[in-house]
Ligand binder design. Structure first.
Ligand code: NAD
Length: 458
C-alpha cells in the first residue's frame, strides 16, 4: 500500500469516527460509504497509455512509452504536470496524480488531479525530436485533454517551451476551439501568467514564514500551554537566528533560497545550498543573489571550483553534496527530488523543521521517525501548491484573455495560501496528528462532502 493510500485510509477512519461529519450517514450505511470512499480516493479514474511513434533525426523509428493518469475530477477538470524522465513509471505517475487531487482540494482550487509521464531522458534527444515527442503526446491523448477536461502543466524535464509546443499542437488538432487555457506553465507571449515561474518557490517560503512569523509569534502564549510537541519545536525556532540549508538550486530551490535571504520578518541565514554536483557552505550565510547570477550564466549549475567562487565574489566552502542533509542547521528546505530522507540517513538529520518543496522527499519510514522525534515537517501538499494555484490563475486569464500584473498574481497567491493555513494551523497545533495527516484529513473531508452531495456514494 502506498503512503498516500495509508494516509487516506487513516484520515477516513478518523472522519468516520467523528459523528458530526456527514451525520446523515448512520450505522451500516456510514461504514459502507466510508469504505467506498477509501476505494474511490485510492484508485485513479483512468490510466491512459500509449507508445509514441517517433522518427529520430537519424531515420530510426522508436516507440516511447507515455501515460496520462487521471485520478479524480470530483472538484473540477483534471490538472497536473507532464514529467519527462527516464525512470518515470505508472505507479509514480498515479501517486503524483492522487497528490494533485488532494492538494487542489486542500487549497480549494476547482481542479481535480492528474499527472503525465514520458519515459525518456530529454537530454538524449535533439530539440526537433523533443518537439515531435510533445506533438505526438498531444495527438495520442487529444480526446482526453482540453481546457474543461484535463489541463496539463510542466513537471520534471518539461518547461514553458514544451507547454508552448503542446498548446500549439492542441490548437492545430482542435480548430476553432478554445486553446489558450488547454495547458498552463506557458511562456508569457503565449498566454502564460506573470509570476508562474517563481510561484512555487515563493509559495514554499511564504508557507514557512507565515507559520512562524504570523501564526507562531502571534499565538505564543496559547502554544506554550499546549502539549503539542510540534508547537514546542516551532516556539524553539521562532526567535533568534535560524540557519537554513536548501537542497536543490533549480527553479524552486533558488527562488525559495532568495526569499529566505531577503526576508525581513525572520532572522534567517541560508548557510548551505546544493545541486546535483556539489554543496556550498558558509557559516555566516551565502550570497544567494550572486549564486543565482552564476547559475543563470552556467546552465543552472552552482560553482564547483575555488576559481569560480572567486570570480563571483562568493565566500563558501565546497563540500560533498549529500552531507547537506546531515548539517547542524535549524531548517532543511528540500527542493530536489523524491525520497531524499530515508531509513539509511534519517537518524543523522539534525534540523528540527523540514519544508517539503519537492513532492515526497521523505520516505514513509523516515516521516514517522522524524515526527516521533518532534521534527516539524511542513508537507508538500501544503507547502508547494504555489505552482498549481498560479496555474489556476493562468487558466482563468486564458479564458478571459485579461491578464493580471505580477503583483496581483503574488497578492492573490499569498492570500490563498494564508486562507488555507488559517484553517489548518489552529487545528494542527491543537491536535496530536502531524501536519501532513492534518492536511490530508482536511482535504479528504472536502472531497468526501462533495462526493456525498453529488450523490456518488450510493
Ligand atoms: P529543477 O529541475 O529546476 O531543479 C532541481 C534541482 O535539484 C537542480 O538544482 C538539480 O541540480 C538539483 N538536484 C538533483 N539531484 C540532486 C541531489 N541528489 N542533491 C541535491 N540537488 C539535486 O526542478 P524544480 O522545478 O526546482 O523542482 C524541484 C522539485 O520540486 C521536483 O521534485 C518537482 O517535482 C517539485 N515541484 C516543483 C514545482 C515547480 O513548480 N517547479 C511544483 C511542485 C513540485
Amino acid at each position: 500500500m502506498s503512503r498516500q493510500q495509508t494516509i487516506i485510509k487513516e484520515s477516513l477512519k478518523a472522519l468516520m469516527e467523528d459523528e458530526s461529519f456527514l451525520p446523515d450517514l448512520q450505522a451500516q450505511t456510514r461504514e459502507q460509504a466510508f469504505n467506498s470512499l477509501v476505494s474511490l480516493l485510492s484508485t485513479p479514474n483512468h490510466i491512459h497509455k500509449s507508445f509514441l511513434r517517433i522518427t529520430l533525426e537519424n531515420g530510426t523509428i522508436v516507440r516511447i512509452p507515455a501515460f496520462r493518469v487521471q485520478h479524480s475530477n470530483t472538484v473540477g477538470p483534471y490538472k497536473g504536470g507532464i514529467r519527462f524522465h527516464q525512470s518515470v513509471n505508472e505507479d509514480e505517475v498515479s501517486n503524483l496524480a492522487k497528490l494533485m487531487t488532494l492538494k487542489n482540494s486542500l487549497h480549494e482550487i476547482p481542479f481535480g488531479g492528474a499527472k503525465g509521464g514520458v519515459i525518456i531522458n530529454p537530454k538524449e534527444y535533439s530539440i526537433k525530436e523533443l518537439n515531435l515527442i510533445c506533438k505526438k503526446y498531444v495527438q495520442y491523448f487529444h480526446d482526453v485533454i482540453g481546457p474543461d477536461k484535463d489541463i496539463p502543466a510542466p513537471d520534471v524535464g518539461t518547461g514553458e517551451r514544451e507547454m508552448d509546443w503542446m498548446m500549439g499542437e492542441y490548437k492545430t488538432t482542435h480548430p476553432g476551439k478554445q486553446y489558450r487555457n488547454s495547458f498552463t506553465g506557458k511562456s508569457i507571449v503565449n498566454g502564460g501568467s506573470l509570476g508562474r515561474r517563481e510561484a512555487t518557490g515563493k509559495g514554499v517560503y511564504f508557507t514557512y514564514r507565515y507559520m512562524m512569523h504570523n501564526f507562531v509569534k502571534e499565538n505564543k502564549k496559547w502554544l506554550k500551554d499546549t502539549e503539542n510537541r510540534f508547537a514546542h519545536t516551532a516556539l524553539d525556532h521562532v526567535d533568534g537566528k535560524t540557519k537554513i540549508a536548501v537542497q536543490g538550486f533549480g527553479n524552486l530551490g533558488s527562488v525559495a533560497a532568495l526569499e529566505a535571504y531577503q526576508c525581513d520578518y525572520l532572522q534567517n541565514k541560508v548557510v548551505a545550498v546544493s545541486d546535483h554536483n556539489v554543496m556550498l557552505y558558509h557559516e555566516e550565510g551565502l550570497d544567494i543573489p550572486a549564486l543565482i547570477n552564476f547559475a543563470q550564466e552556467h546552465d543552472g549549475e552552482l560553482p564547483t571550483s575555488e576559481e569560480q567562487l572567486r570570480d563571483y565574489d562568493v565566500r563558501a566552502e565546497i563540500k560533498e553534496r549529500d552531507d547537506l542533509l546531515e548539517l547542524d542547521v535549524d531548517v532543511l528546505l528540500l527542493a530536489a527530488l523524491e525520497d531524499q530522507i530515508h531509513e539509511d540517513n534519517m537518524k543523522e538529520i539534525k534540523a528540527k523543521i523540514i519544508i517539503e518543496g519537492a513532492n515526497g522527499p521523505i520516505t514513509e519510514e523516515a516521516d514517522k521517525d522524524l515526527a516521533d522525534k518532534g521534527v516539524l515537517i511542513i508537507p508538500d501538499i501544503l507547502a508547494n501548491a504555489g505552482g498549481v494555484i498560479v496555474s489556476y490563475y493562468e487558466w482563468i486569464q486564458g479564458r478571459e484573455t485579461q491578464f493580471m500584473t505580477e503583483d496581483e498574481v503574488f497578492d492573490r497567491l499569498f492570500d490563498k495560501l494564508k486562507e488555507t493555513m488559517d484553517t489548518i494551523l489552529p487545528q494542527f497545533f491543537g491536535d496530536p496528528f502531524p501536519l501532513r495527516q492534518n492536511c490530508y484529513i482536511h482535504s479528504v473531508m472536502k472531497l468526501s462532502t462533495i462526493m456525498y452531495r453529488q450523490g456518488k456514494l450510493y
